[in-house]
Design a protein around this ligand. Structure first.
Ligand SMILES: Nc1nc2c(c(=O)[nH]1)N[C@H]1C(S)=C(S)[C@@H](COP(=O)(O)OP(=O)(O)OC[C@H]3O[C@@H](n4cnc5c(=O)[nH]c(N)nc54)[C@H](O)[C@@H]3O)O[C@H]1N2
Ligand SMILES: Nc1nc2c(c(=O)[nH]1)N[C@H]1C(S)=C(S)[C@@H](COP(=O)(O)OP(=O)(O)OC[C@H]3O[C@@H](n4cnc5c(=O)[nH]c(N)nc54)[C@H](O)[C@@H]3O)O[C@H]1N2
Ligand SMILES: [Mo]
Length: 591
C-alpha cells in the first residue's frame, strides 16, 4: 500500500472515523453513518449507470443479472440490478440524492467518488468486514461486488474482488468423528447460544442458524446443557453479554480451556490450563491465510499443570470411552500421551507436511529443512490476482451459472424461506434494507440517539493482551465522541461517562475529537468484562450493549447498536489487577 501511495495511488476512506490509516495515506475521508454503506453504494451505482460509465463489455461477458440484458432466460420476469437502481420496481430511483438522505454523505461527494471510481483504471474497492458485521451486512458486501463488477475491476491486477482468505489453507487433518455427529449441519450460530438456552424448546431453528432437517442434519433444536469454551473468550466477545449471563446460570457444566483466566473462565465450573504456543510444537499461517508457513517450535516446557488441548481431549477420550475410543480419537498416541506428547505431535506435523502441504501445495521444502529455516514462503509464478483465469481464459466462475451472480439464481428460486438454510428472506439482487436499529430510525433514536460501533483494537487481539498493564497504560479503553456532541453534553476528554441502552451499561473515560463523525460513538471490542454489584460493566466492554439478532445471511450484528451517553459518578476500572493504570488521555490535547 505504501508503494502504491509512492507511485501516486489516491486513497479514499469511507468510515465514521478518521483512522490512523487514513492519515498515513492522506486519504480523502468520507464520514458515513454506520450501517448505511449499501445505500451509498447504490447511489454510486445510479450515477455510474446514468452517466453510462459502466464497463458494458465486462458485464455482458461475465455478469448475471446486472441489467435486463444479462438476466437468465428463465428469470426474465424477475428483478435485475440496474432496474432496481433506476427505480423501475418501486418508483424510487436510488439516486445520490436518495442515498444522501440515508447515509449522511452529500450527493455531490457520492457523485464525485462514483466518477473517480468508475474512471480510474484499475481501482480497488476494498470492502472491509466491519460494515458487514451488521444487520443485513451481506447487502453491503453484495453491493460492493456489484460496483466491482460493473466497473470491470475483477480479475485484473490493481482491481479487487473482496473476500476472505487467499489461496492457501492449512489443510487440517480431521480425525474420524463422522459416525458420531455431523458437526457442520448440527451446529448453531455461536452468538445465539444464550437465546437457544433461554427459550428452549420454543425456538425456531432459523432463530439460531441451525440447518433445516431433511437433506442435512436433523434440524432438532438442541437442549444445550453444557459448554466447552476453547480457544475463545466468547463469553466476553459475543453479542449481548447480559443475555449470556442469564443463560449460563441454566447450564449444568461449563468448561474453559485457556492459558489465562479470562472472563469466560470466571463463569466456568472447570478450568483447564492450556499450554501456550511457546510450550508446544505447531505450524501456523499468518492471519488470514497469508502466503507463508511459520514453524512454531516448543520453546519451553509447559509451566505449572498446563497441557495442550489435544492432550486434554485425548485423556478425556480415554476416560470416557476406554482404550478403543482413546486410540480412535488420537491414533498415533498411547495412553501416556498426557505425559509425553512431543514425538506424537512431531509425527502428526511431519505427516501433514509431507502428505498435504508438499503433495498438494507445490511446497518443495522438506520437513527437516522447514524446521531449520523456520519459515516457508510460497513461490508464485505471477502476482496472485483472484479470478484472473476467469477473465483472461474464460474459465467459468464457481457458481451455478458460471458467471458473477449479481442476480443470484439460487436465492431467486426460494419462495418458502423457512425451508432454507437462511430462514429469512434475502433478495436475489443486492438491495438497501433498513437495519434493525440505526440513526435513520426516528423512533429508536428518540430514546438512544447515538450509533455505537466497536472496531478491533490495535493494542489487543480481541481480548488477548488485555491483562498486559503496559498496553493499558498506553491505550485507554475509552469511548470516542465527536467534539460538537461532547460539547452539548458537557463532556471533556478524560471525563468518566456511562454508555448504555436497554441491553446494558458500561463505564469508560471519554475521548473527544473531530476524527469521529457526529452521532457516532466508538468503543473498541475486547476489554475484559468487570461487573459491579448492579451488573454495570466498569471495564467498557461494548458487547454489554450489542444486539444478538441474526442477519439472514449469517453475519453477527456487532455494529448495529444504538446507545446513549452521559457523564457519571460511577467509576471506570481499567483492569482487574490493583496496579492497573490507564492514563493515555493525559497526553491528549483537550478539545
Ligand atoms: N463488539 C464487538 N465484538 C466482537 C467483534 C466486534 O467487531 N465488535 N468482533 C468479533 C470477531 S470478528 C471475532 S473473530 C471474535 C473473537 O473472539 P474470540 O476468539 O473469543 O476472542 P479472543 O479474545 O481472541 O479469545 C481467544 C482466546 O483463546 C485463547 N487461546 C489462544 N491460543 C489457545 C490455544 O491454543 N488453546 C486454547 N484452549 N486457548 C487458546 C486466548 O488466551 C484467548 O483467551 O470477537 C468478536 N466480538
Ligand atoms: N490488532 C488487531 N488486529 C486484528 C484483530 C484484533 O483484534 N486486533 N482482529 C482480526 C479479526 S478476527 C478481524 S475479523 C479483522 C477485522 O477487520 P475489520 O472488520 O476491517 O476491522 P474493524 O476494526 O472492525 O473495522 C474497520 C473500520 O470499519 C469502520 N466501521 C465500522 N462500522 C462501519 C460502517 O457501518 N460503515 C463503514 N464504512 N465503516 C465502518 C470502523 O470505524 C473501523 O475503522 O481484524 C483482524 N485484525
Ligand atoms: Mo474476526
Amino acid at each position: 500500500m505504501r508503494m502504491a501511495k509512492q507511485n501516486g495511488c489516491k486513497f479514499v476512506l469511507v468510515d465514521p472515523q478518521y483512522t490512523d490509516s487514513a492519515s498515513a495515506y492522506d486519504a480523502w475521508w468520507i464520514p458515513i453513518r454506520p450501517n448505511t454503506d449499501a445505500a451509498m453504494m447504490a447511489g454510486m451505482a445510479h450515477y455510474i449507470f446514468t452517466s453510462n460509465l459502466q464497463d458494458q463489455n465486462f458485464i455482458n461477458k461475465f455478469v448475471q443479472g446486472m441489467d435486463a440484458g444479462t438476466m437468465p432466460d428463465w428469470a426474465k420476469d424477475k428483478e435485475n440490478f440496474k432496474d432496481y437502481i433506476l427505480g423501475k420496481y418501486d418508483n424510487t430511483p436510488k439516486s445520490p440524492e436518495w442515498a444522501a438522505e440515508i447515509c449522511g454523505v452529500s450527493a455531490d461527494d457520492i457523485k464525485k467518488l462514483a466518477q473517480l471510481y468508475a474512471t480510474t483504471k484499475p481501482a480497488a474497492l476494498k470492502a472491509s468486514w466491519a460494515p458487514g458485521r451488521n444487520a443485513y451486512g451481506e447487502q453491503y458486501n453484495r453491493m460492493a461486488a456489484a460496483l466491482q463488477s460493473m466497473t470491470g475491476n475483477i480479475g485484473i491486477l490493481g482491481g479487487c474482488a473482496e473476500g476472505i482468505g487467499k489461496a492457501w489453507h492449512a489443510e487440517g487433518v480431521a480425525y474420524p468423528y463422522d459416525e458420531f455427529a455431523n458437526v457442520f449441519y448440527e451446529s448453531i450460530k455461536s452468538d445465539r447460544w444464550a437465546h437457544c438456552v433461554l427459550n428452549y424448546p420454543n425456538v425456531k431453528r432459523e432463530e439460531i442458524g441451525l440447518w433445516p432437517g431433511g437433506k442435512a442434519g436433523d434440524g432438532v433444536i438442541p437442549n444445550i446443557r453444557g459448554i466447552f469454551w476453547q480457544g475463545s473468550d466468547w463469553f466476553n466477545q459475543l453479542t449481548n453479554i447480559n443475555k449470556e449471563i442469564q443463560a449460563i446460570n441454566k447450564l449444568d457444566l461449563v468448561v474453559c480451556n485457556d492459558s489465562t483466566i479470562t472472563p469466560s473462565g470466571l463463569y466456568a465450573d472447570v478450568l483447564f490450563p492450556i499450554a501456550t504456543h511457546f510450550e508446544r510444537h505447531d505450524v501456523a499461517l499468518p492471519w488470514y491465510k497469508g502466503h507463508y508457513y511459520i514453524h512454531r517450535p516448543k520453546v519451553i516446557e509447559p509451566l505449572g499443570e498446563s497441557k495442550t488441548d489435544l492432550q486434554i481431549y485425548t485423556e478425556l477420550a480415554y476416560r470416557l470411552g476406554g482404550d478403543q475410543f482413546g486410540k480412535r480419537y488420537n491414533p498415533k498416541a498411547n495412553r501416556d500421551y498426557f505425559l509425553y506428547n512431543d514425538a506424537v505431535d512431531n509425527a502428526y506435523l511431519q505427516e501433514w507436511w509431507e502428505h498435504k502441504v508438499m503433495a498438494h501445495q507445490h511446497v518443495d521444502m522438506s520437513w527437516a529443512e522447514f524446521q531449520k529455516y523456520g519459515i516457508y514462503k510460497f513461490k508464485l509464478d505471477r502476482p496472485h490476482v483472484a479470478f484472473q483465469d476467469n477473465v483472461e481464459k474464460g474459465v467459468p466462475w464457481p457458481t451455478a451459472s458460471g458467471k458473477i451472480e449479481i442476480f443470484s439464481g439460487q436465492l431467486a428460486q426460494y419462495d418458502d424461506w423457512t425451508k432454507t438454510a437462511y430462514g429469512y428472506e434475502i433478495p436475489a439482487i443486492p438491495k438497501w434494507i433498513e437495519p434493525f436499529e440505526y440513526l435513520g430510525d426516528k423512533e429508536k433514536t428518540a430514546k438512544h440517539p447515538f450509533h455505537l460501533i466497536s472496531p478491533h483494537p490495535r493494542h489487543r487481539t480481541h481480548s488477548i493482551f488485555n491483562n498486559i498493564g503496559w498496553l493499558r497504560e498506553t491505550y485507554e479503553q475509552e469511548v470516542t465522541i465527536n467534539a460538537a456532541d461532547a460539547k452539548k453534553l458537557g463532556i471533556k476528554t478524560g471525563d468518566t461517562v456511562e454508555v448504555f441502552n436497554d441491553r446494558g451499561k458500561v463505564v469508560v473515560p471519554a475521548y473527544v475529537t473531530e476524527r469521529c463523525m457526529p452521532g457516532v460513538l466508538v468503543i473498541y471490542e475486547g476489554a475484559w468484562l468487570d461487573l459491579d454489584e448492579n451488573g454495570i460493566d466498569r471495564s467498557g466492554n461494548p458487547d454489554m450493549l450489542t444486539l444478538d439478532e441474526p442477519s439472514p445471511a449469517g453475519s453477527f450484528a456487532y455494529n448495529t447498536v444504538l446507545a446513549s451517553i452521559q457523564k457519571t459518578d460511577l467509576a471506570h476500572k481499567p483492569g482487574w489487577d490493583r496496579l492497573a493504570t490507564a492514563r493515555s488521555h493525559v497526553f491528549r490535547r483537550d478539545l
